[in-house]
Structures are given as C-alpha cells and as structure tokens.
Design a protein around this ligand. Structure first.
Ligand code: UDP
Ligand code: MG
Length: 317
C-alpha cells in the first residue's frame, strides 16, 4: 500500500495565468497539515504553457504529478483520469482557478478523520460570476433535483473530498458521459457538506463556454434519469384527449350546423403544434440514442500522452 495520505486532484485547461499561484496556495496549505500528500495535475490538452509550468515545478517538488492528455477531453474526463492515477487515502478534487479556496481543505480532512466518506463543498455564495450563470445554475439545480427526486445535492460543484472506498466505487462506473457530482452521490456512503464561499476566478477566463456548459447540463439530466422520455407519453395522452374532444365539436358542426369546412386555420394550427412537439420528442429520444451509441463504441475515456512524477511514467515518444 502506498504512503500517500492525501491526493489533491487539479484538472487544468489553459490555466497558465493562475496555475503557479494555485500550486503555491495548495503547497502552503498542505505543508501546514504535515501529512504526506501529492498534487496531481491533469493537463486537459491545454494549448498554453500550463503543462510546461507544472513539469518545471515538478523538478523542484517531488510531490507534484502530471498527467498530460493527448488533447482536450473535457473537465469531467480529466477528473476521471485523475481518479485512476491518485494514490492517496483521501482525495480532494479542486478547480485550478482558485475559485474553490484551498484553505477549506483542512476542514474537509477533519470531517474525513471523523469518519465521513464524502465531504462535499456547498457554495454559500458565488462571487464574481455573471448574473446569468448564477440564475441558470439556480434554475438548473432545481430542475435536476425535481427530475432525479432530489438525490443530487444542490449548489455543489466538484470541489469535494472522497476517500479511497468511494474512489474505487466510482472507478467501477464505466459510463462515457460523465456527471461526477451525480455519480459520487449515486455510489452512496456517508456524505456531509462543508460550506464555503466560492471566490472569483483568480486570473484568466472561464474554460466553460456556454456550449460546454449546455453539454454538461444535459449530461446531468440524461445520464441520471429517463423521465424526459416519459414526456412523450404524457404529452401524447394529453393531446389525444384534446383531439378527441375537438373531434366531437367538428362532428357536431358537420351534422347540425352549416359552418363546416371553414377550418383551414385550425387545421394549420394543429399541424404546426404537432410537428413541433414531434420534433422535440424525437430530439429527446435522440439524446438517449446518442448516449447509447457512445457507450456501445466502447472507446477509452481519454488518452494520456505523458506522465510525470509517477513510478512507471509514460513517456511522450
Ligand atoms: N477544465 C478542464 N477542461 C475543460 C474545461 C475546464 O480541465 O475542457 C478545468 C479548468 O481548468 C478548471 C475547471 O475545469 O480547473 C473548472 O473550469 P472553469 O473554472 O473554467 O469553469 P467555471 O468555474 O467558470 O464554471
Ligand atoms: Mg472556475
């Protein structure tokens, strides 16, 4: 068994402006705790000097590890890769941009020592994020909560501590579209929250543009519930009832009045509404089929170009 007590897992994508500061803040906190630790940086195909900065630092600090991807695979995959490599008994997942304050880590470790398996950071306040991001996150977590019967804690990100048991359990989940905060919750065990104020990004810009955010949000819903599929049934039933009632009206008009055959507008309306609904439902079905396709292909989740600081390092040839 390894000696490392605590692993800090830091996914990074184009973080050259902040990553050195992040390293110093983390090192500061971890040195004070006085347990053996490793800082595992996962470079998610950065196009800037992030990886270079870390590999230079690794020459002077033997606690640094680097997993360098062959390209950008996405934040959730980067964290997944980190979990495959970390050695520690307690694993803390933290963003590279210092939005999650490293100073909360000792509190998390304390809870872990008390016997909790998962200690997740709960955002009391978000600083320096746009009103749109805050509002959309607020709505999203509530929709997700309703769809998944409240099983995924609100307002928590991936900033959390998990122990070895939970890490091994998550490694058993092979899905390709990963929504880690949901998966950690799904595996169960003893979970507790630690509250913190989410800071502003220390430097640089968000690496989650709207497109990535939407994909991530969709993963949360489509990977954790098939309720959207039931929507087709509900809407279908509802419209059938309306349709039947309207049929009665039409029949009545035809038989007992002379106002029949004036219905072009209503026909058009019905056609448009039904086509719209059909396409939406088809899209929802497509989301699931696409995900099934991803799973069936069975490709690896990520490709590692090079590692630094591990026992059997993979070299970039
Ligand atoms: N990140 C990553 N790969 C990506 C996008 C982001 O590894 O494709 C990392 C990023 O470097 C950061 C974390 O994921 O450490 C969260 O990203 P960011 O802070 O940009 O997201 P936000 O806080 O704006 O939601
Ligand atoms: Mg951030």
């Amino acid at each position: 068994m390894s000696q490392t007590v605590c692993s800090i897992l830091i996914p990074m994508y184009n973080e050259e402006e902040v990553i050195e500061e992040t390293y110093h803040r983390l090192k500061n906190v971890m040195d004070k705790i006085g347990e053996s630790y490793e800082l595992v940086f996962v470079n998610d195909g950065s196009k800037d000097r992030s990886a270079q900065i870390i590999s230079d630092l690794a020459k002077t600090d033997e606690n640094i590890r680097l997993i360098d991807f062959s390209r950008n695979f996405g934040h959730q995959i980067a964290v997944t890769a980190g979990l495959d490599y970390v050695q520690g008994e307690a694993i803390v997942i933290i963003d590279a941009d210092l939005q999650d304050p490293p100073e909360v880590i000792p509190q998390m470790l304390e809870k872990w020592r008390e016997g909790y398996d998962v200690v997740y950071g709960k955002r009391l306040k978000r600083q320096g994020e746009t009103a749109f991001k805050k509002a959309s996150a607020h709505v999203y977590y509530r929709v997700l909560g309703a769809l998944t019967d409240g099983n995924i804690p609100r307002d928590t990100g991936d900033f959390r501590l998990i122990n070895r048991k939970v890490c091994e359990a998550i490694k058993e989940l092979p899905e390709k579209n990963r929504f880690l905060r949901g998966m950690v919750n799904w595996v169960g065990f003893n979970q507790i929250a630690v509250e913190y104020v989410r800071d502003e990004r220390w430097a640089g810009e968000t690496k989650y543009p709207l497109k990535k955010m939407l994909k991530f949000a969709a993963d949360g819903i489509f990977s954790f519930t098939y309720k959207p599929l039931k929507l087709a049934t509900y809407i279908g039933l509802f419209l059938s009832v309306i349709g039947f009632l309207y049929l009665l009206v039409v029949l009545f008009q035809r038989l007992f009045t002379d106002t029949a055959l004036t219905g072009w507008a209503s026909l058009m309306a019905v056609t448009l509404v039904f086509h719209g609904i059909t396409l939406v439902i088809l899209g929802i079905v497509g989301e699931y089929i696409g995900r099934i396709y991803e799973e069936v292909k069975g490709r690896p989740l990520y490709i590692v170009k090079e590692t630094i600081g591990f026992k059997n390092d993979k070299k970039d040839s």
